[in-house]
Ligand binder design. Sequence first.
Ligand code: CA
Length: 538
Amino acid sequence: MIKKITALLLASVMMIGTLSGCQQESKTENPTETVNETKKENTDTSQEAEELEGHLVSKDPVELSIHLHLADRIAFDDNWEVFKKAEELTNVKLSGTAPSSTSDSAQAFNTMLASGDLSDIITYSLDELSKYGMEGALIPLNDLILEHAPNFKKFLDENPDVRKTITAADGNIYAMAFVPDGQAAEGYFIRTDWLEKLNLDVPETVDEYYQVLKAFKEQDPNGNNEADEIPFIDRGKGDKTIGLVSLFGGHKSYYLDGNTVKYGPSEEAYRIGMENISSWYAEGLIDPEAFTRGSKARNILLEANVGGATHDWFGSTSIFNNTLPETIEGFKFEPIAPPADVNGKVWEATIRNNVPNGTKGAWGISITNPHPIETIQYFDFWWSEEGRRLMNFGVEGQQYDLVDGKPIFKESMLSGDESVVTLLEQVGAQIQIGFQQDFTYEEQWMNPVAKKGARMYIDGNYCEKAFPSLVFTDEEQDLLTEKQTAIDTLKKEVTQKWILNAEDVNDGWDQYIEALNNLGIEEVLEVYQNAYDRYMAQ
Ligand code: CA
């Protein structure tokens, strides 16, 4: 049996190529409600059923091997204090098998699979674990969860979207996934000190937003008698500029209209958006180097006191307020509510996402694991209140103290040269195994401007419904692989041409739509719709 599966795995490994890794960040908001499970039953049929105290999984120590290599940099470390603490509480000891010498998580994963020598616990991206689960490398967890994982079962019952997201195309769950928690993702930022200087109000509509950018360009808010201001900053090589299409009611990619999957870039709103954005560009309201300046655009343009506005992540955009007021008198770069679009709708296209992402971490139980029940009980520990706190904040007394029942980071965590995330990872906390993140871990060191912005977008209920992480069959995946790249490339090229005014959008539009159709946009949409319908039916 093992031999057959190994052959299957080998065949699959040949096909998967480069993986997207697990490093992508996403932000979500979620209540911090947790469940508190104090007693578990050991139902291993090889022993007498007996009550075990606290989080104990077994009276006798259980040793399990674990493959964990994530984000091209994190390999399971047997010395991680967080997992030692978990061992103390559960009596389950993990030993890492992934080499820390490699910085290629995909290669480490593929090598382990191809060897046929599967670790007892396999950690990798949710998508890949679901895929190899369906091919027989992992055991389905559905019954185990039902019978032996009360914390996780309760979490799934209360979060049906998470259940849908972690369910593979064959209806089974093969992995418990990392569930992010957090605040809104991106928002509009503007130099509010410039608004004050020019005696302008915060723009509340797309027209007012345009007028503000225009005033930034023409009225010398930085006071050097030159029209050197660059009103809109784009650090996404055009992506932030294209995102302005939402001010015209458009979408820059796939989105949900009720329960229908649509492709924004083939819709009328996109054409209208391009018409306007290209005018803005021609009038100098958008960075002339929007498509080339790249990831340092905010640093360059804000530090030079010429950048005036952008649309970007709350966290990383707010931090310029920490340092720049020292060199730029009165500098304030603050979040504002989304200006109402041309239809009068106030909304934000980036999404709070509190369901697992297929490219992020998850863990499952290999078919060669001799202790599946103890393993699922161990997994479930991380969904208890104590386990969740351990994975989010580290070890009590070392990384944090409990103050009025709440974990508060020690000063040494917050004032060091290294980021809180780095310090936590060094002890094995905030590792993307199956656990639910707790946003309060981040809130303790988040910039107050960022916190204010995120809160504004959440309280204003601006963010669009999340596009779920869909699960595709092999056949669907093949079709997407074949057609989607060509469609994306075409969209990118043509959009750039329009914004840079190399072609008038109205001259090129019909031909563009025809090309999208020829490349199979309808078939791609059908695949998305079918996958979405399956998701909803679960
Ligand atoms: Ca100036």
